[in-house]
Design a protein around this ligand. Structure first.
Ligand code: SF4
Length: 324
């Protein structure tokens, strides 16, 4: 189904109670609304990234003090996978602050990490920057479940946020990932000074990927001192909920992940996001370089009567979506 921006705007701009009602109906029709996918994120290579993404503490272009390190050892990641599994996560996401994998030995290390994570019974997702079609193929052969490559914002706003690669570069890597048969994790960040029209443009770009991403992370900017977006105007929380509800309606089968920025959200706002169709979160107390609620999540989910997806349910979901 091909949707225009006007179609998406008509949903996004609905009166709020109507928007939430429609999102809830879609959510119930395609998912267990009490089930939340729990993902753990491991920063496998930190900092000194040659890209200049304006929101990111890991860019070598910005003056931010963070812990920097080279590619982790396979054993460290294997331990992280065991811990993630014990804590109830069903997916380990591994992020490397690279423009793309350049070093053959390091890329082979990542392939081994993917095999180990799958060997623990977890889904494996990596985000490594731009890929060649051959690299995507090798990741697929290693058993990778999903590749994360966010579109971040609308095509028009993209060049105001990132100058070292283009929106089209992102689409090219996404094409390689799809061609290799890897499922796609692709979303964006709201609160980066974009307009509502830009948020609609991002949702339009996501739903126009054919098929839409199986996993759609919606992040709220965490402004980091030393980055160009340190003083970005905070986004009206209702806009975040509108984004989530619209994503849920547009991409009924996808996991919509309430991602970065939860540490700065009230429990009530997070609850509203779950009601609007979010059904995935990152667990743990760090998200790359920013804080995350950590153990507080158990209490939050319990107070709302929600529960983490089990391994069995994750396997059923993969089968339903034709994923590895
Ligand atoms: S978002 Fe990723 S590609 Fe961009 S600067 Fe940060 S680590 Fe590098």
């Amino acid at each position: 189904m091909s949707l225009t921006r006007d179609d998406i705007r008509a949903i996004y701009d609905l009166p709020f109670p109507e928007l939430i009602r429609r999102a809830m109906e879609v959510h119930r029709a395609h998912h267990d609304p009490l089930q939340v996918q729990l993902c753990q994120l491991e920063n496998i290579k930190s900092g000194r990234c040659p890209e200049d993404c304006a929101y990111c503490a890991q860019s070598a272009h910005h003056d931010v003090e963070i812990e920097e390190y080279g590619l982790e050892q396979v054993e460290e990641v294997h331990d992280a996978a065991r811990r993630a599994r014990e804590s109830g996560a069903t997916r380990l996401c591994m992020g490397a602050a690279w423009r793309g994998p350049r070093n053959r030995k390091e890329f082979e290390t990542v392939l081994e990490m993917v095999r180990r994570v799958r060997g623990e019974g977890l889904e494996a997702c990596v985000t490594l920057g731009m890929l060649t079609s051959e690299q995507a193929q090798e990741l697929a052969e290693a058993g990778l479940t999903a590749y994360n490559h966010n579109l971040d914002t609308s095509p028009e706003h993209y060049a105001k946020i990132i100058h070292t690669h283009t929106f089209e570069d992102r689409l090219e890597t996404i094409g390689h990932v799809r061609a290799a048969g890897i499922s796609l994790c692709c979303g964006g960040i709201v609160g980066m000074g974009e307009t509502r029209e830009d948020r609609i443009g991002l949702l339009h770009a996501l739903v126009s990927l054919d098929p839409p991403p199986e996993s759609v992370p919606i992040n709220r900017l965490v402004p980091i001192p030393g980055t160009p977006l340190a003083d970005a105007e905070p986004l009206d929380p209702i806009e975040l909920v509108r984004c989530i509800a619209t994503a849920r309606i547009l991409m009924p089968l996808s996991r919509v992940r309430l991602s970065a920025g939860r540490q700065g959200m009230t429990r009530e706002l997070q609850a509203l996001c779950f009601v609007a169709g979010a059904n995935s979160i990152f667990t743990g107390d760090r998200l790359l370089t920013t804080p995350n609620p950590g153990e507080g999540d158990q209490g939050l989910l319990a107070s709302l009567g929600l529960r983490g997806e089990t391994e069995q349910e994750a396997a059923e979901e993969r089968a339903r979506l034709g994923m590895r």
